[in-house]
Design a protein around this ligand. Sequence first.
Ligand code: 1GP
Length: 233
Amino acid sequence: MISFYESIVTSEKKLLAILIDPDKFYEENVSHFLSRIPVQTTHIFVGGSTVANNKTEVTVKALKKETNLPVFLFPGNYEQITNTADAILFLSLLSGRNPEYLIGQQVKAVRMLKESTLEVIPTGYILIDGDNESAVARVSQTQPMPQDNIEAIVNTALAGEYLGAKLIYLEAGSGAKIPVNTSIIEAVKKEITLPLIVGGGIRTNERKEAAYIAGADMVVMGTVFEEELLESK
Ligand code: 1GP
């Protein structure tokens, strides 16, 4: 069987991940939720900037019972790691200069990862200003990169690739008013040789398709499904 990462690299179609924040997830809603996400969904991401203890594991278990889609951890901190998922985006917040989120959390995570069966996928994570107070910025105490400094964003992505990241993730922040501009996506995709993930503030098909056309290999959507599905018990 090929790895989850290989299946991303070799995918001939564009990928769509639906992000679930365990804090906003109602277990009893899981089958309704899964029946309503788009048919082209290829991955489920689970994580949030702050998540109460154990909520991640409960969420992943409930999902795994009802779907064969791969479930990836997208953790805000090392305490969200659970071996019940398939893989983990091993994030390093490259846009920021806080050592805790560049390497500190990662060192805290390794013992758990070493003992787990999770596939670990090194991911360069770049927070871009989405014109909204971002939880990532607040928790990590870092500044998002301005959208108009495309060169700095491209260089950050490329530094991530040279450091050994296997994926680059451009993040406007959950609930962003402005998603990552397509000119940024294009410029980054042109320079890197890695699969490119884009998320934050993508609420419509038009925005999703625009991100794909610009060069995103995977789009992540969260809030739009939270609002429509998770809270409508
Ligand atoms: C994933 O944080 C995003 O990168 C999800 O953003 O909640 O705005 O869809 P939304």
